[in-house]
Design a binder for this molecule. Structure first.
Ligand SMILES: NC(=O)c1ccc[n+]([C@@H]2O[C@H](COP(=O)([O-])OP(=O)(O)OC[C@H]3O[C@@H](n4cnc5c(N)ncnc54)[C@H](OP(=O)(O)O)[C@@H]3O)[C@@H](O)[C@H]2O)c1
Length: 288
C-alpha cells in the first residue's frame, strides 16, 4: 500500500515542501506520496483525527495551524512544547493502536543548516537576532540549547524583543532587547559573530518587500549573516552582506533541513539532503 504524507496550512499553495519531500521519497524508492492539503481552521481537529488511519506516516504543519493541532495529539515533545508550536506530526502504531506525536524541527533545522553549510556552531558565540515573531522564538530556543555566549534581540516592537530576551535568560543565556534601528543596533552589529534575520523584511509579497534591516556600510566583513527569508533566494539583506564581503546563508537551507528532520522521523532513514535542496531550488526558480 502506498503510504501517505503531506502538509497542512491555510493558505498552502505557496509551499514547496511537496516538491522536495517527494523528491526525497522517490530518490530512496519509498512507496509514499507527499501532498499539500488546504485545511480551514475549523476543520483542523477532524483532519488530525484522520491521520490515525493505517498508511498515514505523518504530516508537516504550517501557518496558521502550528498551535491549533496540539490538543488533538497524544504527546508533544520538548522542542514543540517550548516553542509552543508543532510543525511535524508522526503516526506510529504502539501496541496495535495509532499514536500521534507532535514535534518541532525548526530549531534543529536552523542549527543543522548553519553547521552543515557554514561550519558555524553557536557555543560561546555572540549572536544578534533581528525580529521577535514565531521564527525568532524557535531560533532563540535553539541558540539557548547550544549555549551561545550572548544574545541580542532587535525588533521593531521592542516590547516583543523583551519577551524573547526573557525566554533566553530563563534558559540560562545572557540576553538584551533593543530597537531595530539606531545606535544600539549599530553597536550590536559590530560585535556579533552571527546575525539572523527573523523579520519578514525583504520577503517577496510581504509587507516590507525589497527592504533590508541593515545596509552594507553597517555590516562588518567578519560576520556571518543568515537570512531566514527564502523568497527571493538573494534577499536585500543577503545582497547588502555580499557587498560588505560577509559570509551569507539563505533561508532555503533551514527550510530543507527542518524538512529533512521530519522526513527522518517518518521514514527512519537518513534524508537525502542534497537531493531535497536541489529540488527546492528548482521549485523556487520556476516560481520566480
Ligand atoms: N527558512 C525557514 O525555514 C523559515 C522558517 C520560519 C520562518 N521563516 C521566515 O521568517 C520570516 C518571519 O516569520 P515569522 O513566522 O516569525 O513571522 P511573524 O511571527 O509574523 O513575525 C514577523 C517579524 O517581522 C517583523 N516585521 C514585520 N514587518 C516589519 C517591517 N516592515 N519592518 C520591520 N520589522 C517587521 C515583526 O516585527 P513586529 O514584532 O514589530 O511586528 C516580527 O518581528 C518570514 O519571512 C518567514 O518566511 C523561514
Amino acid at each position: 500500500m502506498t503510504s501517505r504524507l503531506g502538509i497542512i496550512g491555510h493558505p498552502i499553495g505557496h509551499s514547496i515542501s511537496p516538491v522536495f519531500q517527494q523528491a526525497a521519497l522517490d530518490h530512496l524508492g519509498i512507496d509514499a506520496t507527499y501532498q499539500a492539503w488546504e485545511v480551514a481552521p475549523v476543520d483542523v481537529g477532524g483532519f488530525v483525527g484522520g491521520l490515525r488511519e493505517p498508511g498515514t506516516l505523518g504530516i508537516n504543519v504550517t501557518l496558521p495551524h502550528k498551535e491549533a493541532v496540539m490538543p488533538f495529539l497524544d504527546e508533544v515533545d520538548d522542542w514543540a512544547t517550548a516553542a509552543g508550536a508543532v510543525n511535524t506530526i508522526v503516526n506510529r502504531q504502539v501496541n496495535g493502536q495509532p499514536r500521534l506525536t507532535g514535534h518541532n524541527t525548526d530549531g534543529t533545522g536552523f542549527l543543522r543548516a548553519l553547521r552543515e553549510e557554514t561550519g558555524f556552531t553557536a557555543q560561546g558565540r555572540r549572536i544578534l537576532v533581528l525580529g521577535a515573531g514565531g521564527a525568532a522564538r524557535g531560533v532563540v530556543l535553539a541558540l539557548s540549547r547550544e549555549s551561545a555566549a550572548g544574545l541580542i534581540i532587535a525588533n521593531r516592537t521592542v516590547s516583543r524583543a523583551h519577551l524573547l530576551a526573557q525566554l533566553a535568560a530563563d534558559n540560562g543565556i545572557e540576553s538584551a532587547a533593543i530597537p531595530l534601528t539606531g545606535h544600539e543596533l549599530d553597536t550590536a552589529v559590530q560585535s556579533a559573530d552571527l546575525i539572523v534575520n527573523c523579520t519578514t523584511m525583504g520577503m517577496a509579497h510581504g509587507p516590507a518587500e525589497g527592504g533590508s534591516p541593515l545596509d552594507s556600510t553597517q555590516i562588518p566583513s567578519t560576520v556571518l549573516i543568515n537570512d531566514l527569508v527564502y523568497n527571493p533566494r538573494e534577499t536585500p539583506l543577503l545582497r547588502e552582506a555580499r557587498l560588505a564581503g560577509a559570509q551569507t546563508l539563505g533561508g532555503i537551507h533551514m527550510l530543507v533541513y527542518q524538512g529533512a528532520a521530519s522526513f527522518e522521523m517518518w521514514t527512519g532513514q537518513p534524508a537525502p539532503v542534497s537531493v531535497m535542496l536541489e529540488a527546492a531550488l528548482r521549485a523556487m526558480e520556476s516560481r520566480s
